[in-house]
Design a protein around this ligand. Structure first.
Ligand SMILES: [Mg+2]
Length: 202
């Protein structure tokens, strides 16, 4: 493995298994509009995508098709639902120790399509925010994953030239690769600490 000068973490599915909560909240606020969203469908097609992309697809596939902005209007309600569920965020107990150790050797950042309000309060609640030099969220770029923009911005903010990207979803993996960075794929947040330690320290 090459020497890395930073580690860029995706949030959902990498630092915390929060995708089921995103899905449950979207399902709850879209149901009154007649849009049914299942976990299988979300996991297969929408995890890691910007919410607006997902809503455009769901609106186009509705019968009859809907104006996606009608669905997007539910975003504040979805955010409120997610923040409520994340009051007790299910971060792994060993995550703090891992980040503490890594932050002594690498610059760390979170790079996510989620909103800042969805990720910063849970990180602060568990005293994890302090380990990250930058948070790149959905509001910070025009083009989201799978475009390279979020990872390129994070690298620029950290002054990193050879960062390692840690990702779980297809759009996220594509984004890291498109940025030209090394990418470590994890299948779920619970597996991340061991995979990352092996990748970095053997
Ligand atoms: Mg993810």
């Amino acid at each position: 493995m090459p020497r890395f000068d930073a580690i860029l973490f995706d949030f959902d599915g990498v630092l915390v298994d929060s995708e089921p909560m995103h899905c449950a909240c979207w399902a709850e606020v879209l149901a009154p509009l007649g849009v049914i969203l299942s976990w299988e469908q979300y996991r297969e097609r929408f995890a890691g995508l910007d919410d607006r992309e997902m809503l455009r697809s769901l609106a186009a596939e509705a019968d009859p098709p809907l104006d996606w902005k009608l669905l997007w209007a539910q975003f504040p309600a979805k955010q409120k639902c997610f923040c409520r569920k994340m009051k007790d965020p299910p971060f792994l107990p060993q995550l703090a120790d891992l980040l503490e150790r890594l932050s002594k050797e690498f610059n760390l950042a979170v790079v996510t399509s989620s909103s800042r309000i969805e990720i910063e309060p849970p990180l602060e609640a568990r005293h994890l925010r302090q380990y990250f030099s930058a948070l790149v969220t959905g509001e910070d770029v025009e083009r989201h994953k799978p475009a390279p923009d979020p990872y390129l911005l994070a690298a620029r903010l950290l002054g990193a030239r050879t960062p390692l990207v840690v990702e779980d979803s297809a759009p996220g993996l594509a984004s890291g690769c498109a940025a030209g960075f090394a990418v470590l794929e994890v299948s779920k947040a619970n597996d991340m600490p061991d995979l990352l330690r092996t990748c970095l320290f053997g």
